[in-house]
Design a protein around this ligand. Structure first.
Ligand code: SAH
Length: 466
């Protein structure tokens, strides 16, 4: 794909100074996934145009094993649009090729840095899924660009297939080079919505840095941020919070964001309630079964009361995430002595689960097949037998209040069942009775009339021997 930036500012050859690239030279730079070539298709005092041509190697992309595109089908990692469209690769190339101009420095013509110049930009080919022309205009026009678009049909030979999500985009505007490059840097990947690398905290920093001075006031700042951070709720929210700089955030039409936020606060609330129960139980040793990415483990580590903490999960991937979250590699030896992590399943008898004062099983049972619950019961309540067991699970009655949830569905695709309060209480009472425990129940989250709270907790205490 090709990006060209031209100017008719006189003398137009100043573009070479501004972009720190000599008009007579053909230059190439290495990218992680191929090369970018920089050259001037035209260069005269009247009009000068610089071109950035990306030459992406799809094999490099696969080798790096960081390619997220085309994940929907087997050959997707080889057969995809990445080599032909302006995507986040284009952003990387822009920032690498024109870093000096982007940072607002120009050794030979310092006055040009803050000068607004008439620019004409052309991008071939730009993908704009889920939004198309309207979206492209909404992103560029508020920044003063004149937008000219040509939409490509899917296949010239098969006109009936209709139009594609790909466009040739022409922009013109009179602005500084730094502004222009920052806009392109952020808006191209925001339009593309398909990233080639994992979105991380680092991306927020880049977005805020490059968006400084214009993104804060852009009417589509939510949409840009969300798409730039490929819809990752937590990152988007953090970025938006920082963009609005403490001011009240406008979340109109951001229902999905709101729900993610609610879910997270609910989970935090749930974990705090579990911790409270574990502390109250006077347990000194505790195991978190189905610990996931280790949020509760981190909270437990902060409490001196717990001298031995263990986390178990069936998923190796989750355990790796837990290690990251706990900064395992840098952990002080004294802390490390207190904690162990291991892989295991809740439905198989396992000696390693024995000998703990308390066990937490937070939002896990609903991931077990219902016909495996009996094994679970034996493993925990008959063999491991901790003095305290705290179990939480969603309350299915509350689902009626989730606006985005269709009737008859569950909160998570991996949930095998979701119980009403009565179903959970019946199950828990039966188990308690059979295994010499006493159980009490607590709601988690705000209780609503008729349907109760979003989540529920059972606190099992081993009864003293008769
Ligand atoms: N307790 C964590 C994670 C809940 S998600 C929290 O509240 O944040 C459910 C977790 O249970 C996942 O990490 C999943 O890998 C784990 N899990 C599912 N089935 C399991 C099984 N049979 N044995 C152990 N862990 C299991």
């Amino acid at each position: 794909m090709l990006l060209t930036i031209g100017t008719t500012y006189q003398p137009a050859t100043d573009l070479g100074f501004l972009f720190h690239k000599h008009p007579d030279k053909f230059q190439s730079i290495d990218l992680s996934i191929g090369k970018a070539h920089i050259f001037y298709p035209e260069s005269s005092e009247k009009k000068t145009t610089i071109a950035l041509l990306l030459d992406i190697d799809p094999i490099d992309m696969v080798r790096g094993a960081r390619n997220l595109s085309g994940k929907g089908f087997t050959l997707g990692q080889y057969v995809n649009d990445r080599p032909y469209v302006a995507s986040s690769f284009m952003s990387s190339a822009v920032s690498k090729a024109f870093s000096t101009a982007m940072n607002g420095t120009c050794k030979d013509r310092p006055k040009l840095v803050n000068k607004k110049l008439p620019f004409e930009v052309r991008i071939v080919v730009l993908p704009a899924p889920r939004g198309g022309e309207t979206l492209i205009r909404k992103l560029f026009e508020p920044l003063g660009y004149q937008v000219n678009l040509q939409r490509h049909i899917l296949d010239g030979k098969f006109k009936d297939w209709g139009e594609s999500k790909y466009f040739t985009l022409e922009l013109s505007n009179t602005i500084t080079a730094k502004e222009l490059l920052s806009h392109l840097y952020v808006l191209i990947p925001a339009l593309d919505n398909d990233k080639h690398y994992f979105v991380s905290q680092n991306e927020i920093e880049k977005l805020l840095k490059k968006g400084k001075g214009w993104l804060e006031t852009h009417p589509e700042k939510e949409q840009i941020t969300r798409r730039y951070l490929i819809n990752l709720g937590t990152l988007t929210r953090q970025a938006l919070e920082r963009l609005s700089d403490g001011e009240e955030q406008e979340t109109k039409g951001e229902l999905a964001q709101e729900e993610i936020k609610k879910k997270e606060t609910l989970h935090q609330q749930r974990l705090s309630l579990v911790l409270e129960q574990l502390k109250k139980s006077k347990a000194e040793t505790v195991i978190d079964l189905g610990c996931g990415e280790g949020k509760l483990l981190r909270m437990l580590l902060k409490e001196k009361q717990f001298s031995k903490i263990a986390g178990m999960d069936v998923s190796y991937h989750e355990l790796t995430k837990a290690k990251d979250r706990l900064h395992w590699e840098e952990m002080a030896p004294k802390q490390k002595d207190r904690i162990e992590l291991f892989q295991g399943a809740l439905t198989y008898k396992d000696k390693r689960l024995g000998g703990f004062d308390a066990a937490a099983i937070v939002e896990v049972i609903e991931h077990l097949d219902e016909n495996r619950l009996q094994s679970f019961e034996r493993v925990i309540f008959k063999h491991a037998k901790p003095k305290t067991v705290v179990v939480t699970t969603p309350n299915a009655e509350y689902n009626a209040l989730f606006e985005n949830m269709e009737a008859g569905t569950m909160r998570h695709t991996d949930h095998r069942f979701e119980w009403t309060r009565k179903e959970f209480e019946d199950w828990a009472n039966r188990i308690a009775e059979k295994n010499n425990y006493k159980v009490e129940f607590l709601p988690i989250g705000q209780e609503e009339e008729k349907v109760g709270a979003p989540s529920q907790m059972g606190i099992f205490k081993l009864a003293h021997a008769p």
